[in-house]
Design a protein around this ligand. Structure first.
Ligand SMILES: Nc1ncnc2c1ncn2[C@@H]1O[C@H](COP(=O)(O)OP(=O)(O)OP(=O)(O)O)[C@@H](O)[C@H]1O
Ligand SMILES: [Mg+2]
Length: 479
C-alpha cells in the first residue's frame, strides 16, 4: 500500500534551525497512513518533535532539511525499503538512532537491521506502552549524550581558563574562537607577535580536539637548517645520504592522526613549501631516498609573525600553500593591547615560580603600576622572564620597584614608550610592529643585542635574524 506522506516531502512542523532549542526530534517512516496518524496522536503530548514520512524517499528529503535525532522505520515499504533507508541513514547521518518496525514474520530481517546498526526493533502489532517505552529510551539516551557533550565543553573551557591566562576582551574573543574551531579538522594559521603565546594556543587547540590522545609535534621552521629539514620532516631511508645509518620516519609521520605545529612557517624555503603542499594535497609522505609513499592523517596548525599575504606578493611564499594553511585564522593580540591581563599574568607567574614559598611573593602597587605602563615588546614571554628573575633574586615576601629590571624602573620616570602607529595587526603592521619593538629595545639598550634579546624574550640568534630581515642598522654605540 502506498500512501502520501503525512507531511509534504521535506516539510516538518518546523525546520530544524527554528525548533525550540534542545527538543528531541523523531522521524516516523511507515507506508500505513493510519499508523502514522495514530503515532502522531500518541506522541502529541510528549516533549518530542514528530516528523512523518509515508515512504523512504520522502524520509530522505526530510532528513536533508531537518535535524533528526531518532527514526522509527517500517522495514517493508514499497520503493526504497526500510533496510535501504537504514543503510543510507547509517552512512550519511550516523548519529541518528534508528529503530525498526517489522510485520509478522519479519524478525530475520529485523536482526539483519540490528547488524547494520539499528538499536532495536518492534514487532507489529505492538502495544502502545511498548512503543512509548522504546521511544522514551531513545530520548533518554539522547539526553545523556547531550549532557556528556555539555560536560566536555565545560571541561574544555576549564582547560582554556587554566592554561591561557587572560580575561581581557581580545583574549575572551580568542578563547571563544579556539573553543569553536578546535574540535574540527580544518588547518589553522595563528598570527601574532613574538612571545604572545602562539604555541600555547596551538597546544590548546590540540588538547581541545579529538586528536588530543595522539601526538602534538612542534616543528620550528626557523631553527632547522634547510639541509636537514627535508629528512627531519619527511623522514629518510637507510643510506639515503651520507650518515643516514638507519631509516627515520620523520616528524610528519610522527604526527599522524595528531597535530603538526609548524612554528614560524614563513621561514620555510620555497622548495620545502612545494614538498609540503604535495603532502597536504595527497595526504601522503615520501621519505628522502624512498620510492614509496606513506599515508598520513594530518591536522596542521601553523604560526607566523610575518604577514604571509605580503610574503606571497613578494614571491617568498606560495599562494596555494597559504590557502591550505589559513582555512581558519586566529590572531593572538600583543600584551600591550590587553593591559588588564598584565597583572593577572604577573600573579600567575609569581605562583608558578614561587619555588615552594608560601604564600607566593606579592607585587607592590608601585611595581604593578610599572609593569602595567610598560610597552611589552617581548610580550608574555618577556613578562614571564622578568617575574622568574624577580622571584629568583628577591628574598622578601614583596617585590617592589627596585626588584624590577633597570629599564622598567625608568618607565616610572620617563613614562611609557610611545606605541607604534595604529592600524591593527592586519596588513603590513604586524611586521612593522615587530620591527618597531626591536628598534625600541635596541634604542633602550643603546644597541646591546644581548640585552635587547633579553628584553624581547627571544634568543640572540633570532634577534640577529630579525635585524637582518628588517634591515636594521647598527645604532651608534652598539656593543
Ligand atoms: N595567555 C598566557 N597564559 C599563560 N602563559 C602564557 C600566555 N601566553 C604566553 N604564555 C607563556 O609565554 C611564553 C611564550 O609563549 P609562546 O612560546 O606560546 O609564544 P609564541 O608566540 O609562540 O612566541 P614566538 O613568536 O617567540 O615563537 C611561554 O612560556 C608561554 O607559556
Ligand atoms: Mg613560538
Amino acid at each position: 500500500m502506498t500512501a502520501p506522506s503525512q507531511l509534504p516531502p521535506g516539510e516538518g512542523p518546523s525546520p530544524a534551525e527554528n525548533r525550540p532549542a534542545g527538543q528531541f526530534s523523531l522521524l516516523i517512516v511507515d507506508d500505513e497512513p493510519l499508523l502514522l496518524s495514530s503515532m502522531r496522536r500518541i506522541f502529541h503530548e510528549a516533549p518530542y518533535e514528530i516528523f512523518c514520512a509515508g515512504n523512504g524517499q520522502d524520509a530522505l528529503k526530510i532528513l536533508e532539511k531537518a535535524r533528526i535525532d531518532a527514526a522509527l522505520i517500517d522495514l517493508r515499504m514499497p520503493g526504497l525499503s526500510g533496510m535501504d533507508l537504514l543503510r543510507q541513514i547509517r552512512a550519511r547521518y550516523p548519529k541518528i538512532m534508528s529503530m525498526m518496525i517489522t510485520g509478522h514474520g519479519g524478525v530475520p530481517e529485523a536482526v539483519e537491521a540490528l547488524k547494520l546498526g539499528a538499536l532495536d526493533f518492534l514487532e507489529k502489532p505492538f502495544s502502545l506502552e511498548g512503543l512509548q517505552n522504546r521511544v522514551a529510551e531513545m530520548h533518554r539516551m539522547w539526553l545523556e549524550d547531550r549532557k556528556k557533550q555539555a560536560d566536555e565543553k565545560d571541561d574544555f573551557s576549564c582547560i582554556l581558563e587554566r592554561r591561557l591566562i587572560g580575561k581581557s576582551v581580545p583574549m575572551q574573543r580568542l578563547k571563544d574562537m579556539i573553543l569553536r574551531v578546535a574540535p574540527g579538522c580544518d588547518n589553522i594559521l595563528i598570527y601574532g607577535e613574538t612571545g604572545t603565546g602562539k604555541e600555547l594556543v596551538a597546544r590548546a587547540i590540540h588538547q581541545l580536539s579529538p586528536r588530543r590522545d595522539q601526538p602534538f609535534i612542534p616543528v620550528d621552521c626557523a631553527s632547522l637548517s634547510q639541509t636537514v629539514m627535508e629528512s627531519e620532516l619527511f623522514g629518510h631511508t637507510r643510506g639515503a645520504f651520507t650518515g643516514a645509518h638507519s631509516a627515520a620516519q620523520g616528524l610528519i609521520r610522527a604526527s599522524d592522526k595528531g597535530t603538526l605545529f609548524l612554528d614560524e612557517v614563513g621561514e620555510l624555503s620555497l622548495g620545502m613549501q612545494a614538498k609540503f603542499l604535495r603532502t597536504i594535497q595527497e595526504k601522503e609522505v615520501r621519505p628522502v631516498g624512498s620510492t614509496r609513499s606513506f599515508p598520513v592523517d594530518l591536522r596542521l596548525v601553523a604560526a607566523t609573525n610575518r604577514v604571509l599575504s605580503q610574503e606571497v606578493a613578494q614571491g617568498r611564499f606560495r599562494e596555494d600553500l597559504l590557502y591550505r594553511l589559513d582555512v581558519i585564522t586566529l590572531q593572538v593580540p600583543p600584551l600591550r593591547e590587553r593591559g588588564e591581563d598584565i597583572s593577572l599574568l604577573a600573579d600567575y607567574f609569581l605562583t608558578r615560580f614561587r619555588q615552594g614559598r608560601t604564600p607566593a611573593p606579592r607585587l607592590t602597587d608601585r611595581a604593578r603600576e610599572a609593569l602595567e605602563q610598560y610597552y611589552w615588546p617581548g610580550n608574555v614571554r618577556e613578562l614571564e622572564n622578568i617575574i622568574r628573575r624577580m622571584v629568583a633574586l628577591g628574598t622578601g615576601q614583596t617585590l617592589d620597584l627596585e626588584d624590577l629590571p633597570e629599564y622598567l624602573k625608568e618607565i616610572k620616570d620617563i613614562g611609557p614608550v610611545p606605541l607604534p602607529p595604529a592600524g591593527g595587526r592586519a596588513g603590513g603592521t604586524l611586521a612593522a610592529q615587530e620591527k618597531t619593538a626591536i628598534e625600541n629595545a635596541l634604542r633602550r639598550t643603546e644597541g646591546n643585542r644581548r640585552k635587547s634579546a633579553e628584553i624581547l624574550g627571544i634568543s640572540e640568534a633570532t634577534l640577529y635574524r630579525k635585524i637582518r630581515l628588517y634591515g636594521l642598522h647598527r645604532p651608534e654605540g652598539e656593543r
